[in-house]
Design a protein around this ligand. Sequence first.
Ligand code: SF4
Length: 367
Amino acid sequence: MAGGLYVHLPFCASVCPYCDYPVCAVGDTNLSAFVDDVLREAELHASEEPGFDTLYLGGGTPSLIPDDSLMRLLAGLRSTLDVLPSARTFLEVNPEDVTAERLRLWREADVHTVVLGIQSFDDAVLERLGRRHRAVQSYAAVENASSAGFDCVSIDLVYGDELYDIPSWSGALREACALRPHHVSCYELTAAEGGPGSREHAGLFRTTHETLEGAGLRAYSVCSFAAGPEHRSRHNEKYWTLQPHLGLGPSAHSFREPVRRWNVASPRDWSAAVRSGRPATADSETLTPRQLATEALMLGLRTRAGVDPVAIRERFGVDLVAPNRALLERLAGEGLLEGSLVGWAPTRAGLAVADALAARFSVGEDA
Ligand code: SF4
């Protein structure tokens, strides 16, 4: 099975107050030298990794990287690691960095999916989020990306009851749909900021799913919607199905069953390691079969594809059916799960409480 390749570019023009990603302000960082270090790290893994059929440049704000350095990064990764000719390349960009000329360059560099960090089309919401761009730049970015010929134009939005009531969120979603993106991700702010468990969570979640599905964007996870199966994020699907992935850059995580490892978070420490020819690994853990089965269950219940207990038994030797027969009937009766003993898919109501749903299952103990 081909793997996913992720590069974490941790720099942003400034750090938004709600952000919980491992990022830092770019300041006077030499981004060209950072790209050199990513390519050094790729060299360290050149012989040990399988072919990759996704390549995702995320962050942070990858669109801060000057075009010549970004082209060098893409070309270097593709020649150093076994990036397959069929690989899909994803690039996260912020609206304020997007121009028609840059879009053309990115497209020519074989970027298939451009992921636009729109967050909101409401300037007052953008102000509250501490974002640097304004709605007018978002409209232009989506329209220019749509005419630039990408296979997929994806937009990221955030919501929560600190930001919207149900009518205003519904209006915001309809505005997004009018731009006809191929893919939308809607991230709910954390519980403290109005996320899952908050007063309006259920209503906002239902509004999100009803409005986007009504516009032809089908939910395939808790927060991901695609106009067609070909527009789903092949890269994110690798995380959800525990496929191998290699992460490069500070804080990046890698997984090759049964081992997960992650890089040091500090860009300075990460650079020092890769410049001296050492892996920048901070730590690693070896997951037991039951831990792997638990992850597969939790991740599967966050997707419309759901959980395949037969595949889990074959892959990890863990039987989820026997200890959960009665629970499965109860969950189906509560309208949270549909399917049979050979496949469990959460309903929309089940997706809204996916993590709580997973916590009700019994996976047993490791011997
Ligand atoms: S631009 Fe995105 S990654 Fe950067 S600080 Fe803001 S939310 Fe975080």
